[in-house]
Design a protein around this ligand. Structure first.
Ligand code: GCU
Length: 723
């Protein structure tokens, strides 16, 4: 390029900057909600007044990353480098203070006593004749969380004057489960794995640090990096070294390393003849193996196990209980302070057994039999992360067992990467559901935060939606699911709407004209997918092979536990799965009487749960006053309309969003509309063929024949957008 052209370009850039062109410049989403863009000019002066310098007196690795984050964030947002000093020199100092190391905490009598190991106080005060803001915690990790909270205050355009914020997590272990297969592949639509196992431990990709920062900013403090259907090689010294290197990167951010293992490891790795949990050689093998892990990772968090499920072996093979299986591992972990997550996702494909009853039937009788360092990890619903499920009846059923919740942050069944589906709204519905475990108000949130049964150990797990895409999650709005998952693990009672507001402000702009409509759109997005996929309590209607797209006719020999027809039970007379106490499988009876009474009673049950619990005739009148056939069809159609409405809202947001992220979301919404029509039309075509009913007035016939949709599915071997 000639000198003149370079000069001319420089002028163009300068002019463009002056007149504001390029303000909405291209972004790839990699910075997530930690973008730290300059605040509005009018606000800068006030923020600068309370952020003039950073006082750091400690030098732990966690304080070092806290300092780095505050310097990065505040310098960028306030347009002025933030000096780091070792003592207060001026008004507006921000002080990092750890109990026992910083005098300011006792001088100001900051209320750190009840904060535990991870809580923090942020307090504006006068100290040594200067106006200061103290970010204090009992540990340096508490201070790190406080720093992210302080940054959020500015990112969401809140004042930093007169601060008096105090917070602590309500759940102890807040964990991401990466269902990543080795060799960088990934399961369940999360893209390619971010773990570069082939190059670890030598090469620690900087991506890991950004990953840790993002997690710490939302309170996640634990990671299981490997597949739930675990590869035994992870227990080999070679992989333990890799794991240890990763743990070193995550540690300053308060994140502990866990590992998913198979119960047959004593055989596959150890060469024993059995994996019977009560066999003394097996016990010894686990104790030795766990001790070995701790030599690599002294603060190792613990293990996660999937047993007796979908081909994964388990204690049932030795006629032992799930508690027997869990306790041998719990005992091995106990001397090291380790925790065991043992999943309740146990089921067989015996067609006589209603699959949704199996976890409760298996685990309820074992209440009190698990060691105190075991958390039984229960999926939010009894089936498998469907668009809507009633909460699992195991929540509130086991007073003497630590029960943790597992959700899918990845949208395995919910449109993969593309659909705009804000899961915060979904999880809030589950968390706010009342189990009646100890009378009214015993919500699922109160069960998993330990308050209902006074559990000493609590956990909340999410299957990660993180991969090597530049924007980590495949779409900008999927980032909201990672974000809201973290925030809800910190406080399961929090409002999904308030979390979405923070996310939208931090990820795009705090301008209310943007945040308001976008958050409304996010909150409505969940019901849109329910409507066009599986309305009125339908479930498991996706293509059996790859969990993407509709297949209500799916019926593969020998897979009764997976077949959509087994779940919709539609025939010429009616539709729905009878799980009532009187005439059905009595799944409803697994709930406390107050809950069961509602689910069992056609007069009381909400339309949204209808076909989950009842088989009704096509003429049955729903609460909407329509025959169920008409109501079903209208829901499918409404779902498409809801996606179109989202497209309209998004189009109006163009002035607030950079070009690339705007364009990607626009295209994804168009794809979602096409897929919504696919779900609607193929479902209507199938149920019409079964019921023989005419289409309700005003509903257009499906675009293609049922055979066309069947043909399409046979050609889809993997989850791909087919249009
Ligand atoms: C789903 C998912 C599997 C996963 C399983 C589980 O069925 O499709 O990939 O292994 O859940 O929760 O273990």
């Amino acid at each position: 390029m000639s000198a003149f052209r370079i000069f001319a370009c420089a002028i163009c850039v300068a002019v463009a900057t002056l007149i504001g062109i390029g303000r909405a410049s291209a972004e790839d989403g990699h910075e997530l909600w930690l973008r730290y863009r300059p605040v509005a000019d009018a606000a800068t002066a006030a923020y600068r007044q309370s952020a003039s310098e950073l006082v750091v007196t400690d030098n732990s690795p966690t304080i070092a990353v806290t300092q780095a984050e505050l310097v990065k964030g505040l310098s960028a947002m306030l347009g002025k480098p933030l000096p780091v000093v070792s003592a207060v020199t001026q008004d507006g100092a921000i002080m990092l203070a750890v109990t026992g190391k910083a005098k300011v905490i006792s001088d100001l009598r900051l209320p750190v006593a009840g904060l535990g190991n991870e809580g923090f106080v942020i307090r504006s005060a006068t100290w040594q004749n200067h106006k200061v803001t103290v970010i204090a915690g009992n540990t340096d990790v508490g201070v790190l969380y406080g720093a992210f909270r302080y940054l959020r205050q500015i990112q969401t355009a809140q004042s930093t004057a007169n601060l008096n914020i105090s917070d602590k997590p309500r759940v102890q272990i807040r964990v991401l489960n990466h269902w990543d297969v080795l060799g960088r592949g990934s399961a369940n639509s999360a893209g390619q794995s971010i773990w570069d196992w082939p190059k670890l431990p030598a090469w620690k990709d900087p991506l890991y640090t950004d990953y840790a920062r993002a997690n710490a900013s939302i309170g996640i403090n634990a990671v299981v990096p490997n597949q739930i259907n675990a590869d035994p090689v992870m227990l080999s010294p070679m992989y333990l070294r890799k794991l240890a290197a990763l743990a070193d990167v995550l540690r300053p951010y308060g994140i502990k390393m866990y590992l998913s293992v198979q119960v047959t490891s004593p055989m596959t790795v150890g060469g024993l003849k059995t994996a019977d949990p009560l066999d003394p050689a097996v016990k010894k093998w686990w104790a030795d193996k766990v001790s070995e892990i701790y030599t690599y990772i002294p603060d190792f968090g613990g293990l996660l196990v999937k047993a007796d499920s979908e081909g994964e072996p388990g204690p049932q093979s030795y006629q032992r209980t799930q508690a027997d299986g869990a306790n041998v591992l719990a005992d091995a972990l106990k001397p090291h302070g380790g925790i065991l997550f043992w999943r309740a996702f146990v089921y067989s494909n015996d067609p006589k057994w209603d699959r949704v009853k199996q976890a409760y039937d298996t685990f309820k009788p074992l209440d009190g039999k698990f060691r105190d360092n075991v958390i039984v990890q229960v999926k939010n619903g009894p089936l498998d992360f469907q668009p809507r499920e009633p909460f699992s009846p195991l929540f509130g059923a086991t007073p003497k067992t630590n029960i943790g919740m597992e959700v899918e942050v990845v949208k395995e069944y919910l449109g993969g990467a593309t659909h705009l589906f804000y899961l915060g709204a979904y999880w809030e519905e589950v968390l706010q559901a009342d189990t009646y475990a100890k009378g009214k108000g015993s919500t699922v949130a109160s069960v998993i935060d330990g308050s209902v049964f006074k559990n000493k150990l609590t956990g909340f797990a999410g299957v990660a939606n993180i991969g090597t895409d530049r924007d980590w999650c495949g779409s900008t709005f999927n980032q909201a699911n990672w974000y809201s998952f973290g925030r809800l693990t910190w406080d399961p009672h929090a409002s999904a709407r308030a979390i979405a507001e923070d996310w939208a402000a931090m990820t795009f702009t705090p301008d209310k004209a943007f945040v308001g409509p976008v958050v409304d759109m996010m909150m409505a997005s969940r019901e849109a997918d329910v409507d066009f996929m599986m309305p009125l309590g339908l479930h498991h209607q996706f293509a059996t092979g790859h969990h993407y797209g509709p297949e209500p006719w799916g019926n593969t020999a020998g897979r009764e536990d997976w077949n959509p027809v087994n779940y919709n039970r539609a025939d010429k007379d009616g539709i729905g799965y009878d799980r009532t106490t009187a005439t059905g499988t009595n799944y409803a009876g697994q709930y406390k009487p107050q809950v069961a009474a509602v689910f069992n009673d056609l007069k009381r049950i909400d339309d949204k749960d209808l076909l989950w619990f009842h088989h009704v005739s096509w003429d049955y009148k729903t609460k909407a006053g329509l025959p169920v056939w008409d109501d079903l069809v209208r829901h499918y159609d409404r779902g498409v309309g809801e996606v179109v409405a989202m497209e309209k809202i998004w189009a109006e947001m163009k002035p607030y969003v950079d070009t690339d992220r705007f364009a990607k979301t626009t295209v994804f919404l168009q794809m979602q509309e096409k897929e919504a029509k696919w779900w609607r039309d193929s479902s209507i075509a199938y149920f019409q063929s079964v019921s023989g009913r005419p289409l309700p007035e005003g509903i257009a016939p499906p675009e293609h024949s049922l055979d066309w949709y069947k043909e399409l599915n046979t050609s889809l071997k993997v989850p791909v957008y087919p249009f």
